[in-house]
Design a protein around this ligand. Sequence first.
Ligand SMILES: NC(=O)c1ccc[n+]([C@@H]2O[C@H](COP(=O)([O-])OP(=O)(O)OC[C@H]3O[C@@H](n4cnc5c(N)ncnc54)[C@H](O)[C@@H]3O)[C@@H](O)[C@H]2O)c1
Length: 243
Amino acid sequence: MQKRAIVTGGRGGIGAATVERLAGVGVEVHALDIDPEIQTAPPTGAAFGHVCDVTDGAQIERVCAAILADGPVSILVNCAAAIATGDAEVCSLDDYDKVMAVNVRGPWLLARQMLAGMREQGDGVIINLSSTAGIRPSRNRLAYSTSKAAIRQLTRSISTDFGQYGIRANTVCPGPIDTALWRASRPAGMSAEKHAEAAIEGLALKRLGTVDEIAAMIEFLVSDAASFVTGATIAADGGRTLH
Ligand SMILES: NC(=O)c1ccc[n+]([C@@H]2O[C@H](COP(=O)([O-])OP(=O)(O)OC[C@H]3O[C@@H](n4cnc5c(N)ncnc54)[C@H](O)[C@@H]3O)[C@@H](O)[C@H]2O)c1
């Protein structure tokens, strides 16, 4: 039977690359994004694009119900994310709440919609995108770093409770990848060139990663080749967290 997947943040850099990779191995991929263009210009390979704000529980319920009405979903990849600047003194309540809602509550709400069906099939895999910031906090990114640590533990909780039903859950921590989100993390007053140089400086491999390098890791983790991998935090970060 053809596998079916949901990928959130499907209009984004890593999300769109993941959609393309999974479609390339025959998966029917449903790409979700808050960006309405997900419907008019879905990423390459997507079977369907659905507008869905992952902070809105009612929208998630509606979209997931429509997808599940056509058959079970065995793969969920949570790529949607928000970022905000600010340390513990400066970060606004609104920014903190938004970042936590998109990066932590959203993946949980999506997983909640999928777990019953996955349990029934005895087959399911959930991939949540964290970040090296979830291992070593990024400077002046209180909300983002906190959310990316929280999503690791959320993933591990799912692995702990649902492994017995044949459901796996793993976290991927990308290093710097040139996407809209990474560009948005450029400190005020710093040139784009300096931003890239500073990121590369901290990497053993001395280059930025590509969206396809992260999508390839996700493709592996959702495949049967990774059938004994659960609860893992995998860094695909060019060596960012080595030291
Ligand atoms: N790019 C990097 O350097 C990097 C590094 C570490 C971790 N990551 C993580 O990888 C994942 C993908 O990031 P990316 O770089 O592709 O980002 P991106 O900005 O290219 O894509 C993010 C997507 O999420 C969507 N989105 C934002 N808010 C949403 C919401 N409320 N509901 C639904 N969709 C929403 C955006 O419209 C966008 O299409 C994220 O979880 C990010 O934190 C990225």
